[in-house]
Design a protein around this ligand. Structure first.
Ligand code: ATP
Length: 347
């Protein structure tokens, strides 16, 4: 549905060249809620502006529904833009116009007749829960209400894609929740593909099914949210995941391990079914080894439970190997972290 193939974007300002995007490859499927996360300056806004035809790639391709936007003529581009709605961090409403008129803007531009506009705007305001605010001015609304108006306006032309540029960054946590739930409804009820850029991992955790992590103009990691949260590879991704999923030992437990430097520690990841089965209990019962649970935590992502545990195993080496094979057979991914503890203790 949306595909970026080896996309580069270079800006030149006052003789200085900035490579904002350096070879982006990304695929957003129909029905996805696709999150792009990265620190400030990573290139997120530039990326979303390529999808919205606001910027053209310096090199590479941006395809929507299989067609390269570089091949569109002006008329085709205008019609393609109708297919893409966008909402913004600071809402971008016209302060001098009432809520009704703000939502009506795209319909007026599409030259719809008055009764069509009235009906559609009422429908949209009802959908976002603001029927009673049609006659208010933006200055009379809360941040969450303003974003709802922004959403209604973005949906006015019946787009099949909704782009969200830090849409909840200016909102408090509770309002953020309600806006994210609204985006989820839009995706489910209207089958609209949603692409979200954010610097908050909680937003990704809450509603996205896929995520790409950006750093310095590149995507350093991407995949399903469960995969990326369960097995983050890159240091930056690990730091983002840490902000929402506690997956490491507390420092006091780590310190107490110094004495047993060199013992075997394993990080276990349980996803879905394996998180709800008593696998550790079975492990302790079935193998004559010492199992010390140092840390355990469960998080809900995409309506699936993601469990993390750090255990210390000691005993006969062969039995330990058998125990690890038992865990793997039961769908638990096992990663040795002994070297991590060793390095850490030497700091
Ligand atoms: N129009 C432009 N002209 C020159 N440089 C630009 C332009 N747009 C973006 N850049 C540069 O490209 C890089 C990526 O910027 P971009 O806004 O895409 O990052 P971002 O991840 O969205 O950051 P933020 O979260 O702070 O908005 C930055 O170094 C920025 O200064």
């Amino acid at each position: 549905m949306i595909e970026l193939k080896n996309a580069y974007k270079t800006f030149t300002r006052k003789g200085i060249t900035i490579e904002a995007l350096k070879g982006i490859n990304l695929k957003v499927e129909k029905g996805d809620i696709f999150g792009v996360i990265g620190y400030s300056g990573a290139g997120k806004s530039t990326l979303i502006r390529l999808v919205n035809y606001l910027e053209r790639p310096t090199e590479g391709q941006v395809l929507v529904d299989g067609r390269d936007l570089g091949t569109y003529n002006d008329k085709e581009l205008r019609s393609a833009k109708k297919n893409i709605g966008m909402i913004f961090q600071h809402f971008n409403l016209l302060e001098s116009k009432k809520v009704f008129d703000n939502v009506a803007i795209p319909l007026v531009l599409l030259k719809k007749n008055k009764s069509e506009i009235r009906q559609r705007v009422q429908e949209l305001l009802e959908f976002v829960g603001l029927s009673d605010k049609a006659g208010s001015y933006p200055s009379e609304l809360s941040g969450g209400q303003k974003q709802r108006v922004g959403i209604a306006r973005a949906l006015a032309s019946n787009p099949s894609i909704l782009l969200c540029d830090e849409a909840t960054s200016a909102l408090d946590p509770q309002t953020t929740q309600s806006i994210l739930q609204l985006l989820k409804r839009i995706n489910a009820e209207y089958n609209i593909t949603v692409m979200i850029i954010t610097h908050e991992m909680s937003v990704i955790q809450e509603i996205c099914n896929k995520v790409a992590v950006m750093e310095e103009g590149r995507i350093i990691e991407q995949g399903s949210v469960l995969e990326v949260f369960g097995h983050p590879q890159h240091e930056t991704t690990k730091n983002f995941v840490k902000t929402v999923v506690q997956n490491s030992m507390t420092s006091s437990v780590e310190k107490s391990l110094k004495a047993e430097n060199g013992s075997l520690l394993y990080k276990l990841n349980f996803v879905g079914k394996s998180a709800s089965e008593p696998i550790l209990y079975e492990l302790i019962r079935s193998f004559d080894i010492k199992v010390n649970i140092l840390f355990a935590n469960m998080t809900e992502i995409q309506e699936t439970t993601l469990g993390t545990a750090i255990i210390q195993l000691s005993g006969d080496r062969e039995l330990v190997e058998d125990a690890l094979a038992f865990l793997t057979r039961h769908g638990v991914s096992v990663e040795e972290v002994e070297s991590y503890v060793f390095d850490h203790n030497n700091e």
